[in-house]
Each structure stands twice: as structure tokens, then as C-alpha cells.
Design a protein around this ligand. Structure first.
Ligand code: HEC
Length: 169
């Protein structure tokens, strides 16, 4: 039996503390509680501020970003046409879910695409940021259909497109 009040107080505190810590943790979003969750949070943030949705998510810019997250990065059928031909923002939910993490990171660090994809933005990111983007897109999972295929400059695309002039010399 415990008679000493200090010991009793210490014991009581020891019993209460883990419960308090647990309660505090429960108020956090689930994704924030593990190392994996931190990557996902970071990836979501980078996709948001990195502008990936502006092109890779249909209607994102026009709706001031009011597209449900489950539809993010599913690619777009609106073509970007210029001297390079017509390109379509790919469905990253399909393409990134089809490659392994380290392979995607290597690809992102070295790839060069046709305009208007800012591939140089991916080159400027550090490896952990690229990892976070990859894990976030994997976390979202596969969705949507593949975007239309690239159309060479001499052919007129079947669907809608935005026409760009030649870049200044
Ligand atoms: C201004 C529009 C635009 C923005 C912004 C943009 N992309 Fe793209 N992206 C494209 C287009 C168009 C293509 C297809 C290029 C081609 O066909 O050569 C593409 C291709 C890609 C590819 C290669 C194809 C694939 O599916 O693997 C990756 C990876 C990619 N984008 C990731 C991103 C990420 C990550 C971001 C945000 C940091 C981003 N893009 C921002 C337009 C954009």
C-alpha cells in the first residue's frame, strides 16, 4: 500500500501522462502521425504550391482550386498546341502508380519533356521532396483514364486545344 503522498502523486501522473499524450495525438489528422504520413502531408503541400494541379487536374484553375482531392492529377484532355505539336498533361495517378519509387525519382531528376511541362521545376527539387510527391500520388491511388496521346505539329488534334504562338527568338 502506498502511504507517501509524493509517491502516490508520481504514480497518478505516470498513469495519466500516456493517456494525455494519446488524446493529443488523436486530435491530429491520421496522416501526420507516422514518418510515412509526414511524406504524404509534404507531398500534398508540394503538389498544391508547385502548381501541378494547374495543368494535370481538369478544371482546377478555372474553379479556383475547387476540385475534390480524389480527382487531382488525373490528367487533362485540353491540348497545349504550339510549334512542338500538341501535348496533354498526363494522368499522373496512372503513370506514377506504374513505376517504382526510386525509378520515378531518377526519372524526375533527369527527364525533359515537351512544353509546357516545367520539368526544370522537378530538377530543382531535392530527392526527399520528389519522394514525398511520389508517395502522395501513390497514396491517392489509381484513378481516371489516360490523357490523349501526343499529336505531332502537322496534325490538327481531334479534341479541344489552346493554340500558342512560337516562343520569342
Ligand atoms: C503548365 C502545365 C503543367 C504544369 C504546371 C505541370 N505539368 Fe507535368 N506535364 C504537362 C504536360 C503537357 C506534360 C506532357 C509533356 C509531353 O507530352 O511531352 C507533362 C508531363 C509530366 C510528366 C511526365 C509524364 C508522366 O506522366 O510521367 C511528369 C512526371 C509530370 N508532368 C509531373 C508534374 C509535376 C509533379 C508537376 C508539379 C510540380 C507538374 N507536372 C506540373 C504539363 C504541366
Amino acid at each position: 500500500m502506498i502511504t507517501n503522498t509524493t509517491t502516490r502523486a508520481a504514480l497518478l501522473l505516470a498513469l495519466m501522462l500516456p493517456a494525455a499524450a494519446f488524446a493529443a495525438q488523436e486530435n491530429q489528422p491520421l496522416a501526420g502521425t507516422s514518418a510515412h504520413g509526414k511524406y504524404i502531408e509534404r507531398g500534398r503541400y508540394l503538389v498544391k504550391v508547385g502548381g501541378c494541379n494547374d495543368c494535370h487536374t481538369p478544371g482546377y484553375g478555372m474553379s479556383a482550386g475547387q476540385v475534390p482531392e480524389k480527382e487531382w492529377l488525373t490528367g487533362d484532355g485540353l491540348g497545349w498546341r504550339g510549334p512542338w505539336g500538341t501535348t496533354y498533361p498526363t494522368n499522373l495517378r496512372l503513370s506514377m502508380n506504374a513505376v517504382k519509387e526510386d525509378d520515378w525519382i531518377r526519372m524526375a531528376q533527369s527527364m525533359k519533356t515537351r512544353p509546357p511541362m516545367p520539368w526544370f521545376t522537378l530538377h530543382a527539387m531535392d530527392k526527399e521532396d520528389l519522394r514525398a510527391i511520389y508517395r502522395y500520388v501513390r497514396h491517392l491511388g489509381k484513378a481516371g483514364k489516360p490523357a490523349p496521346s501526343y499529336v505531332p505539329p502537322e496534325r490538327t488534334p481531334a479534341g479541344p486545344f489552346i493554340q500558342f504562338p512560337a516562343p520569342p527568338k
